[in-house]
Design a protein around this ligand. Structure first.
Ligand SMILES: *[C@@H]1O[C@H](CO)[C@@H](O)[C@H](O)[C@H]1NC(C)=O
Ligand SMILES: *[C@@H]1O[C@H](CO)[C@@H](O)[C@H](O)[C@H]1NC(C)=O
Ligand SMILES: *[C@@H]1O[C@H](CO)[C@@H](O)[C@H](O)[C@H]1NC(C)=O
Ligand SMILES: *[C@@H]1O[C@H](CO)[C@@H](O)[C@H](O)[C@H]1NC(C)=O
Ligand SMILES: *[C@@H]1O[C@H](CO)[C@@H](O)[C@H](O)[C@H]1NC(C)=O
Ligand SMILES: *[C@@H]1O[C@H](CO)[C@@H](O)[C@H](O)[C@H]1NC(C)=O
Ligand SMILES: *[C@@H]1O[C@H](CO)[C@@H](O)[C@H](O)[C@H]1NC(C)=O
Ligand SMILES: *[C@@H]1O[C@H](CO)[C@@H](O)[C@H](O)[C@H]1NC(C)=O
Ligand SMILES: *[C@@H]1O[C@H](CO)[C@@H](O)[C@H](O)[C@H]1NC(C)=O
Length: 786
């Protein structure tokens, strides 16, 4: 179904050795169609007031002032970036800061669960509450723009180094929770910069290096709309005020100067009202990026000039229309009004010095009401995938053995907090993989783990600054004190001695990932050996994995001595506290996998690996997304591959049964090829959000523990993948009781992108509907006829 132009086929059919490397990118011209001019901010109803105020303020600005606010200035604070300001009109400029999992590089903030953990919770309200409280911290510190959430990478490449910053590789799950995140952060008064637009699916070759350009994500129109663009549409519909364009190229044109993506899809089709900011250093041209729709260049701009003076000159010499610069300024200022930042907003970056040792008045951003959401957030993202012989919950064990490098807190010298500093920024020990090299050199294989203590987030700009870390071993010690349990521990040896009278052996491992590199694999020999060694002499071995992305378990999962396995993801600072509540049954597990765990790497698209720069594309690395929509569970369904643990799977301490499926089409739904006449609102045509059908099902808790179930609805859209997630809901069901789950299906949920008409089409016909507990456990089946 996906076809790329014949030049690729011609080249690849010849012998690669005989072909000279392509050294001129004019070869690729025409792959991404030109879309000009850049559309001005629409100012549609939800943004009309902010638009009017922005127009009024910007009309008082000189061209020099307008150009000045489009470029980044070296921050005087700890902000990741600061735009220019307009002192004459008292417009303060914007402070933009990392990132989506907590405010980075400062003190008195919380370390929140990471994106993947939010995805594993499948909890919309929790995603919203996390965002609202986290957003409040950004506001207290005078940060106008939070650089998150992440919806790209989506997780096409299983080894992707930043997948953990995102929510799920299913666009529906990702989009729903990203929308809640945008709503929460922005209701706190902070603009979200939804990133990274678009096709940013690997770290390998993400940036140009020497003569080698960034990787080009070659994505056909249908795949772009139905998969990679989908969560961006949700974020825009939720009101996102900023979009960050990505480092990679799309169809051989850099994302931050791709007019089809910015002017065409984002600013016209999706009716985007806010501004586009470049990822740091992602701008590669001056006029071309301005005309293609880039509005702000960060962290500074050699192309537009340090004060935007080149934009000024380009207008003055007739190369650029002034209205484009006016529109840039209008979009920037409108976002500021839209979030209410014009009144009562703290000074930009207040209490965030450029380096923590510099004198600063402390600004306490940790709101006590955040506590419950930090703990709930940590609890709900744990996914229990194996539990035999009633291994869990633990019942006041007499002796508990604890093994593995991931159990204790990282050594103090490594941890974020007032004593930690590297290169003038706050430093959490896991920001850089390099910090593990001294230790990992002694280990077989490439570093894939953070071997010096538990991880609560991945590394790089998505890392956060925890106020403290509750490590698993810290919390286990507290519980042991309560229960009169004896503990035995060994965190260093790969083949630790096991006391044969132990009740259980808890083994803690991790899978680390950090911005800048893709992961070297999906399982590592050191951790697998550790688990196998413990299990060889411990018949009740319970494995907990803090995984920054997919982690395979097939080296040991069938060993009957391994009685329980938990994907603990990246829980944030209350990690151990939450885990102990789950291990001891004070809370039930309630998370489910937001991705598929395969039996082997080779089961994933491209073996889970990033695309490499290969001749003849040595200088212009190409990544063809030729699998189309078929990533993760859609790919496993298509290829009939049995996963180890399917998308949407997770155990609890109870059991559920499903019954009473009802499917109702709403009256008056038209299946005309194009939706009825309808305005474009942020996210696309308004009617795409109309509810066209409703589905209900009853879930009964057949066990004896009250806990939440995540019921999932999948649809088989004619002509599409076997099934696609199009509804989910997480509700507590009392032991022995039942709850009716309701799902609304919107026009967009059932539509497909039609490349000819360049619009969404709701086909007439028969749609399979399934409701159940995971993508492969769907007891209820029915049909919707449109
Ligand atoms: C293409 O470039 C690669 C890497 O620089 C080099 O190894 C290879 O020999 C080149 N191929 C040709 C035909 O020049
Ligand atoms: C990229 O190229 C494909 C194949 O020609 C096309 O379907 C798609 O619309 C293009 N997308 C962009 C953003 O240029
Ligand atoms: C441009 O912004 C900088 C940094 O905020 C500010 O110092 C400068 O005065 C601004 N220039 C103009 C012309 O307003
Ligand atoms: C106009 O100014 C821009 C920005 O300095 C410059 O790149 C461009 O070459 C100039 N064009 C002409 C025709 O002078
Ligand atoms: C990690 O732990 C090992 C072993 O305890 C130690 O040798 C190494 O210095 C530590 N690495 C860092 C960066 O602290
Ligand atoms: C399970 O543990 C027992 C010790 O209790 C050991 O004898 C046995 O070999 C182990 N089995 C496996 C498959 O490791
Ligand atoms: C996948 O298969 C390869 C080749 O047999 C093997 O080396 C690798 O360890 C397997 N992966 C897992 C997770 O077992
Ligand atoms: C609850 O159910 C579990 C598993 O079915 C069972 O082992 C346990 O005895 C039950 N507990 C009570 C209090 O009924
Ligand atoms: C759900 O519970 C109610 C009582 O609360 C009961 O009348 C009804 O039959 C139950 N439904 C199912 C499907 O078990």
């Amino acid at each position: 179904m996906v076809s790329f132009s014949p030049w690729r086929i011609l080249l690849l059919s010849a012998s690669a050795a005989a072909i000279a490397n392509i050294t001129d990118d004019s070869y690729f011209y025409g792959q991404s169609p030109p879309v000009y001019p850049s559309p001005p901010m629409p100012g549609s109803s939800s943004w009309a007031a902010a638009h009017a105020k922005a127009v009024a303020l910007v009309s008082q600005m000189t061209l020099e002032e307008k150009a000045n606010i489009t470029v980044g200035y070296s921050p005087l604070t700890g902000c990741s970036g600061e735009t220019g300001s307009v002192p004459r009109l008292n417009w303060p400029g914007l402070c933009l800061s990392d990132a989506g999992n907590g405010l980075r590089a400062t003190d008195f903030v919380n370390g929140w669960p990471s994106g993947i953990h939010v995805g594993a919770s499948w909890d919309k309200n929790l995603a919203y509450q996390r965002a609202l409280h986290m957003g409040g911290e950004f506001k207290t510190k005078g940060v106008h723009v939070a650089l998150g959430p992440v919806v790209a990478p989506l997780g096409r490449v299983a080894e992707g180094g930043r997948n953990w910053e995102g929510i799920s590789n299913d666009p529906y799950l990702c989009g729903s929770l990203a929308g809640e995140t945008v709503r929460g952060i922005q209701e706190a008064g902070v603009t979200t910069s939804v990133k990274h637009y678009i096709g940013y699916e690997q770290e390998t070759n993400r940036n140009p290096a020497g003569d080698v350009a960034s990787v080009s994500a070659n994505i056909d129109d249908k795949t772009l709309h139905e998969l990679y663009l989908w969560p961006f549409a949700d974020a825009l519909h939720a009101g996102a005020g900023c979009i960050m364009c990505s480092y990679n190229r799309v169809n051989n044109s850099y994302s931050c100067q791709n007019s089809k993506l910015l002017n065409g899809i984002l600013k016209t089709e999706l009716g985007f009202e806010g501004f586009v900011v470049s990822d740091w250093g992602g701008q590669h041209t001056g006029l071309a990026s301005a005309e293609a729709g880039l509005d702000v260049a960060m962290p500074s701009s050699s192309f537009w000039g340090s004060t935007g003076q080149n934009l000024l000159q380009a207008v003055n010499n007739g190369s650029l229309v002034e209205s484009r610069v006016t529109d840039m300024a209008t979009r920037i200022v409108a976002s500021w009004y839209q979030m209410g930042q014009d009144s009562g907003f703290p000074a930009g970056g207040v209490g965030m010095p450029s380096a923590f040792y510099k004198p600063h008045t402390p600004v306490y951003a940790r709101d006590p009401s955040s506590k419950e959401f930090l703990v709930d957030g940590a609890l709900e993202g744990h996914v229990l995938v194996k539990n035999i012989n009633n291994a869990l919950p633990l019942q006041k064990p007499k002796l508990l053995s604890v093994f593995g490098y991931d159990a204790p807190a990282p050594p103090e010298m490594n941890v974020g907090g007032p004593n930690d500093l590297l290169g003038g920024t706050w430093f959490y020990g896991y920001e850089s993989e390099l910090d593990y090299l001294p230790f990992l050199e002694g280990l077989p294989g490439t570093p894939q783990i953070a071997a010096n203590g538990t991880i609560i987030s991945g590394g790089g700009s998505g890392a956060n600054a925890p106020a403290y870390i509750s490590a698993p071993f810290d919390a286990i010690k507290e519980q042991a004190y309560e229960d009169g349990t004896s503990l035995y521990w060994d965190f260093l040896n790969v083949a630790p001695t096991v006391d044969t009278s132990t009740d259980a052996c808890l083994v803690f491992i991790n899978a680390f990932a950090s911005e800048g590199d893709d992961r070297a694999g999906l399982h590592d020999d050191y951790s697998d050996a550790l688990i196998k060694n413990v299990a060889a002499s411990c018949p009740n071995t319970i494995v907990t994995i803090h995984n920054a992305g997919i982690r395979l378990v097939d080296q040991w999962i069938e060993n009957p001595n391994i009685t329980a396995v938990i994907f603990a993801h990246l829980p944030g600072q209350d990690s151990g506290r939450a885990l102990v509540q789950l291990l001891y049954g004070q809370q039930s597990f309630s998370g489910k996998l937001p991705y598929t765990v395969a039996k082997n790497e080779s089961d994933y698209t491209n073996g889970g690996k990033p695309s490499l720069a290969e001749a003849p594309y040595t200088y212009f690395p190409q990544s063809d997304f030729s699998e189309g929509l078929y990533i993760d569970y859609k790919y496993f369904d298509q290829k009939n591959i049995t996963p180890r643990y399917e998308f949407g799977f997770g155990l609890t301490y109870t059991t559920f049964s499903y019954s009473d499926l009802e499917i109702n089409k709403l009256d008056g739904v038209s299946t005309a090829p194009t939706p009825p006449p309808s305005p474009v609102i942020p996210g696309g045509i308004a009617s795409l959000w109309d509810v066209v059908a409703q589905v209900t099902a009853t879930v009964t808790n057949t066990g004896n523990v009250t806990c939440a179930e995540i019921a999932q609805l999948y649809v088989g859209i004619p002509g599409g993948p076997v099934k696609q997630l199009r509804g989910f809901s997480k509700i507590g069901v009392p032991a022995g009781g039942n709850v009716t789950f309701e799902f609304d299906l919107m026009r967009r949920d059932l539509s497909t992108w039609d490349t000819c008409s360049q619009g969404w089409v709701l086909q007439g016909g028969s749609y399979n509907i399934w409701v159940g507990a995971s993508s492969r456990n769907l007891p209820l089946e029915g049909t919707l006829t449109l």
